[in-house]
Design a protein around this ligand. Structure first.
Ligand code: TAP
Length: 498
């Protein structure tokens, strides 16, 4: 295969030989058999060899995080000091941007262009924005309206305090970025953290933990356990000393985590899957809608919780829309993520590649019109050729289940209310986009769409200041902004009689 892959930095090679497994209390655990061999999805070759955390090690990580919470080594610092340290952490991530982007691309498979701009670039902006909240947490004062005894005066207010030890369980699609969505607001609120990355993609989070230490975050305040979901993840979710569990991943595991957290009355937030619709109305600008569909459907090979995967297109624009998508995916080049000229890259794992291919077989069996795109370059990497499925109906599996791959399912409609009913005909409700220049129609539809986020004439536009999360089976709670920070706090009410 001809590729124009960039050279791997020496710093990345050093890191890959240095990392040995969980990073707890400021150092790698060196005991335990090295079992996890995260691989490069472009060729299946192992990148490093890591020991998997047992339940004992998870308990150790939580005990350290609890000890650091109890001895106030982080929350006891002045808020301005914590803010400064978090900003220094952001500066270090920026200084090591290329190294982190390469680690992420090698381990996750996506394009170096994306890891530079999104995984690392957006993360630095997110870190700086969120660090600012450290000094802006506040309660409110309240009038006491029925206080007893009647002759007393009262002063009442609320205050926000960190919840305690936070467990973050993160997926493989944006390992570094999603981990930071949990780590930074938790630290801004004064909590201590244990993060469990996905078994397939633990590397970038380990490098983050090293940089956090260098930034001045005290050892044991941010720990990483490298372990399987069924052992390490499950134990974190049910650990009695964990006071908040924040999870991103599948709806099935999210439900289990929610139940485990409720069992010991821990807070939890769940950012789960999506089967996100893009609704293209009769008057939509077709050029913009096609461009938006390609970005929204194919970013990170479609392995994005907010990706668009159901495209409802008005019959007048339908054939042109399908044809334009087909032409675009036919001309795309597939190659390793380290080749900046490759437009599509491997998916994360052999297992996930097989899952997407199974969905394509189902689509053909159920009668969708399969418009194939460019072929994969070889069969050593976990490539999936991009596919446009035309003539999909609402009853087909591909209109209902999250594929998490480069598969765009297009469904025609004649009447906008019929389309709205199909948009809402899903158990999931993470995000949706509406493509139109008709302001009245947009304003009528926005409140009717069952989703945590509705975009108009754009899709997957995230901002640290705009809460993000799902309704229905897409989750509970919000990331980003004031809402996220506050979710890592307990609200205490104070009432003083005088
Ligand atoms: P999940 O199984 O949900 O994995 C996500 C995280 O949860 C990983 O760190 C995983 O660890 C951990 N986990 C697994 N079982 C657990 C348990 N019993 N208790 C606690 N933690 C546990 O997702 P997946 O299998 O990687 O992907 C399956 C599907 O989920 C995808 O095809 C996609 O549809 C969806 N997904 C959604 C998202 C987002 S952003 N919403 C992200 C990834 C996947 P291990 O890695 O060790 O299993």
């Amino acid at each position: 295969m001809n590729t124009q892959a960039i050279s791997v930095l020496e710093e990345v090679k050093d890191f890959l030989s240095r990392a040995t497994g969980s990073f707890i209390d400021g150092h790698y655990l060196t005991e335990g058999e090295r079992q996890t061999r995260p691989v490069d999805p472009s060729n299946g070759e192992p990148l490093a060899s890591l020991a998997l955390a047992s339940q004992v090690e998870v308990d150790h990580a939580v005990a350290i995080a609890k000890a650091r919470f109890d001895n106030r080594s982080w929350r006891g610092k002045k808020a301005a000091e914590r803010e400064r340290i978090l900003l220094r952490f952001a500066d270090l991530v920026e200084q090591h941007a290329e190294e982190l982007a390469q680690i992420e691309t090698l381990n996750q498979g996506k394009s170096i262009n994306v890891t530079r701009m999104v995984d690392v670039g957006f993360s630095v902006d997110f870190m700086r924005y969120t660090a600012g909240w450290t000094t802006k947490l506040e309660g409110r004062t309240g009038e006491v309206s029925i206080g007893m005894p009647a002759d007393a005066q009262f002063n009442a207010y609320t205050m926000r305090q960190p919840v305690g030890v936070v467990a973050g369980i993160v997926p493989w699609n944006f390992p570094l970025m999603i981990a930071l969505w949990k780590i930074i607001p938790a630290l801004a609120a004064g909590c201590t953290v244990v993060i469990k990355p996905a078994t397939e993609t633990p590397l970038s989070v380990l490098r983050l933990a090293e940089l956090a230490l260098e930034a001045g975050i005290p050892s044991g305040v941010f720990n990483v356990v490298v372990g399987s979901g069924s052992t390490a993840g499950q134990r974190l979710a049910e650990h009695p000393d964990v006071r908040k569990v924040t999870f991103t991943g599948s709806t099935e595991i999210g439900k289990r985590i929610g139940h485990a957290a409720v069992d010991h009355m821990a807070h939890f937030s769940l950012e789960l899957g999506g089967k996100n619709p893009m609704l293209v109305l009769e008057d939509a600008n077709l050029d913009k809608a096609v461009e938006g569909a390609l970005m929204a459907g194919l970013l990170n090979q479609g392995q994005v919780c907010a990706a668009a995967s159901r495209f409802y297109v008005h019959r007048r624009q339908y054939e042109a829309f399908c044809e334009r998508l087909h032409q675009a995916v036919s001309g795309m080049s597939l190659g390793p993520g380290l080749d900046p000229t490759a437009q599509l890259n491997p998916v994360v794992s052999k297992r996930h590649q097989q899952s997407i291919l199974n969905y394509l077989e189902i689509a053909e069996r159920e009668g969708a019109r399969v418009l194939r795109g460019a072929e994969a370059p070889d069969d050593t990497g976990f490539y999936v050729s991009p596919v446009v499925l035309a003539d999909v109906t609402q009853q087909m599996t591909l209109a209902r289940e999250e594929v998490f791959g480069p598969v765009l399912s297009v469904i025609p409609f004649d009447d906008v209310d019929e389309a709205l009913a199909m948009v809402n005909d899903s158990d999931l409700g993470l995000a949706a986009s509406l493509w139109t220049n008709d302001l009245s129609q947009a304003m009528r539809l926005i409140p009717e769409i069952e989703a945590g986020t509705v975009w108009v004439n754009t899709h997957v536009t995230l901002d640290p200041n705009l809460p993000f999360g799902g309704v229905k089976q897409s989750g509970i709670g919000r990331e980003f902004g004031r809402e996220a920070i506050e979710s890592f706090t307990e609200l205490k009410s104070v009432c003083i009689a005088y």
